[in-house]
Design a protein around this ligand. Sequence first.
Ligand SMILES: [Fe+2]
Ligand SMILES: [Fe+2]
Length: 362
Amino acid sequence: MSTQTSSSKRRLLLASDNCDKSRELEKILQSVGEVETVSTSELPESPADFSGVVVDINLRSAESVQRVRNKLRQEGYRAMPRLFVLADALHHGSMQAWALGATDTISRPFDAAGILQRIRAAFPDSQGFDASDRGKLLNRGVAAAHEVMVKIFNKLPAGEPLKFSDIVAAENKILKAIKHSSLREWLTAIGCHHTDSYRHCLYVTGFAVAFAQHLGMHEDDQRRLTRAALLHDVGKAFIPVAILDKPGALTEQEITVIRRHPRLGYEALAAQGSFPPEMLDVVLHHHEFLDGTGYPNGLQGDRISDIVRLTTIVDVYSALVEQRPHRLPFTHAKAFAMMEQMKGKFDQHLLQAFRPVTLGAY
Ligand SMILES: [Fe+2]
Ligand SMILES: [Fe+2]
């Protein structure tokens, strides 16, 4: 098919199952890089010289999806950013795109300026961030997240107010830090934190942000998930540290005390007055399971909202891969396999979509 060159060093692979239909997109993409348009059956084995792949296929066609899935699973495509084109602005096909590992999505009708901006952000060219910029952004993100932890765990129980705006103020820095470094670097930076509860919340935040960015969530949704992760265990601020950090198995009575944290957190945030219902929902329900075996309310299926389902997955996963006083961390592969075996508890579609994020954490 066709290859067009522009002055940029960025090379993009455009996978299409209808090249006539993709022509408009091809033209738009040519203003940010060299574009090679290929049919889904002609995707190269080794895409090494491309900085990313744009997938413009009918996401409702099992045949097209299968062809692209088989190719994108191959080693050479694994770390490559993938931009998926959705049929319309109603996000039809977005679940399929996420399941195929989309890093971002765009939709018809095309907004050329918006697309170019997202291409520049998603697909690096030779003028990317250098290591010291990335290091600075990472440090700023970690510091902002740490400040939120101090407010939650030290100031809130001492009677100082926690405002929704305190959380919002940290979001930008955290999102930027993880976007421009990597989940692995984030986890390394916070892994040495000596307070278990801080470290856990910062792990959950790292996985949540990486998951949101991996799914190609829109900016607003990335922010909602960042907030949810930062806040989810706010109730632990009211549980004695001797129980939280106990270096051995907990007694039944201690388990009962720990299990109060969702409700204590909910009550504390509700009393602050400025937190939206969605955040209260996450704080109260992040230990509920789809099969009704969770706590505090034993909620089932549809009664558990999407943002809670997502938070639950990253929360349980983080807890498994963290170092705890009474056990060594599980490996990423083992932790994921354990969650797959907890049948009926998690949203399976979301859990499977989370797998590539866990691979990025090694
Ligand atoms: Fe919790
Ligand atoms: Fe947690």
